[in-house]
Ligand binder design. Structure first.
Ligand code: HXC
Length: 510
């Protein structure tokens, strides 16, 4: 008996050693933690239960039968984050470069199946040289099986990807289909084809970092939702995000204890909007002043900064925030902002997270760049996402909201539940100057007449009351009481039940 116990311990120690001291040292030298160290930091202490520690590959080509490391380059299992269950896989770059074999893929599929069955999120830590070259098509099949599960799990359990090393070729498509992707600066990259292939095909000379590093994907491509300085920070931030999310699409997000009065008055908000309508102000200040304890988890902060998305809590309950940012492009909606906002609204709706929309939008960004890029289709994504979202929707207009963008930004017409406006709000087809220049073109040579017309238009439309008279605005509220009003609105909506007509699925303009 003792011998058997010792053998088990020895086998476990072998599996835990991964690719051995030399490769672990090389991993550390790159500033990267090992697969197991990452799991330890991600999960609550002592909560990790491992599966398939002894799984080994079955390949016999290229002399592979002589090298069958236990675990086959990926550590899988489940554990908890602040007491809530999560399934995890963590690729071990020290074992055959974390490459994906048939059995490596099967291990990932096993925990994904269990996550779906048990209604718990999946967090994938990616650090891999891609398809295991020795296994050929078997490894492609393994990826395919993972992809299919990513698709089936989408909208059922939250899926989060951490990119903590290479992630190249078709391998990128698994994270691409998850809800959030986070990268580590300088030690991770993602691309469909690497720098060498790029050079051969297009003659472009580009480094791996330039092609697919964290900066590229958080600023240019928007593939990633955030980037962190190192593994430790990335794992800590994913724990923070996890606390905002429900475990699955049938449960509500967790309610956390809060130490911030829901009726807290913020007098400073009464002067947040400057007198000069063309002067910007920071919408993040409003978000922080509404949120419990000012805590805001921002997503995609370096991309399309004209729209802000992220999570806050109100009375301890998660709320998704979408807000125009007047500091960037005057808060205009454009292709990037629409895509960014739409995907977030759909995530919130899929997982029963109520949505708070803060509006100060002069319209859609004009220009050939936008039209040629398909702003019609992309803008429609945000419109569609808001219109199909059946979760509680509360909207606050702080300043201008013109034209189509007014309708898009969770207006009453898209079935928002509470539409509040500050007294500084203006709901109109366009700004006064633009409107007068169209309506009174013949008077354009007479500046005094035009000035009077602009004044007249402003008096009539540059306020929230025309819309309030029609019931499109439910109430004009004092800025200082925004937190209280919004918290009460969401509290009133906790029992909301709404549904779209039956359909197989919609056809959102992709
Ligand atoms: C088998 C691999 C491997 C792979 C790396 N290794 N990638 N083994 N299959 N795909 C092994 C190496 O042989 C080496 O073994 C160890 O992992 C570490 O690799 P190094 O090259 O020493 O590390 P580094 O210098 O850091 O370079 C990392 C790398 C490089 C850039 C990822 O290894 C590389 O280019 N690998 C091949 C990448 C690739 O072409 N993959 C297939 C892509 S196609 P030892 O024993 O020496 O430690 C793909 C399709 C997916 O993935 C399709 C899905 C549908």
């Amino acid at each position: 008996m003792k011998d058997i116990l010792e053998e088990l311990e020895a086998r476990r120690a072998g599996a835990r050693a991964g690719g051995g001291e030399r490769r672990v040292a090389a991993q550390h030298a790159k500033g990267k933690l090992t697969a197991r160290e990452r799991i330890e930091l991600l999960l609550d202490e002592g909560s990790f239960e491992e599966f398939d520690m002894f799984v080994a590959h079955r390949c016999t080509d290229f002399g592979m039968e002589k090298d069958r490391p236990a675990g086959d380059g990926v550590v899988t299992g489940w554990g908890t984050i602040n007491g809530r269950q999560v399934y995890v896989f963590s690729q071990d770059f020290t074992v055959m470069g974390g490459s994906v074999s048939e059995t490596h893929g099967a291990k990932i599929c096993k925990i994904m199946d269990m996550a779906m069955q048990n209604g718990a999120p999946v967090i994938g830590i990616n650090d891999s040289g891609g398809a295991r070259i020795q296994e050929g098509v078997a490894s492609l099949a393994a990826y395919g099986e993972v992809f299919q599960r990513n698709i089936e799990a989408s909208g059922v359990v939250p899926q989060i990807s951490l990119i903590m090393g290479p992630c190249a070729g078709g391998a990128v498509y698994s994270p691409a289909m998850t809800d959030f992707i986070f990268m580590v600066k300088d030690s991770s990259y993602m691309f469909v084809t690497g720098p060498d292939v790029v050079k051969t095909v297009t003659n472009e000379v580009v480094t791996a970092e330039e092609l697919g590093g964290a900066s590229t994907h958080t600023r240019k491509s928007s593939v990633a939702d955030g980037a962190f300085e190192n593994d430790v920070e990335a794992l800590a931030e994913v724990r923070r995000l996890f606390d905002f999310l429900p475990l699955n699409n049938r449960q509500k997000a967790p309610v956390r204890p809060f130490f911030d009065a829901p009726d807290r008055i913020e007098s400073s908000l009464d002067t947040l909007v400057p007198d000069n309508p063309n002067q910007p102000y920071d919408m993040k200040e409003l978000i922080q002043k509404i949120a419990d304890e000012g805590d805001f988890f921002e997503v995609q902060k370096d991309f399309a900064a004209n729209i802000i998305i992220g999570f806050i809590r109100l009375e301890g309950q998660t709320v998704g925030v979408v807000a125009n940012q007047p500091m960037v492009l005057a808060g205009c909606l454009d292709i990037d902002a629409s895509r960014k906002g739409a995907r977030f609204v759909r995530f919130c709706d899929a997982f029963e997270i109520p949505i708070l929309t803060l509006v100060d939008v002069p319209g859609f960004l004009p220009g050939t760049g936008q039209e040629y890029g398909g702003v019609i289709k992309h803008g429609a994504k945000l419109l569609f996402a808001y219109g199909e979202a059946t979760v509680p929707k509360v909207t606050v207009l702080t300043r201008k909201t013109y034209g189509g963008a007014y309708v898009v930004m969770a207006s009453k017409h898209l079935k928002a539940d509470f539409n509040y406006a500050w007294p500084t709000a203006e709901v109109a087809v366009m700004g006064a100057k633009g409107a007068v220049e169209i309506l009174y073109r013949s008077e354009l040579g007479e500046p005094e007449k035009i000035a009077a017309r602009v004044k007249d238009y402003e008096d009539r439309f540059a306020n929230p009351f025309v819309a309030a008279e029609k019931g499109f605005i439910d109430e004009v509220i004092m800025p200082h009481s925004t937190r209280r009003r919004v918290a009460r609105a969401f509290a009133a909506l906790r029992g909301k039940k709404a549904a779209m007509p039956w359909k197989k699925h919609d056809n959102i303009p992709l």
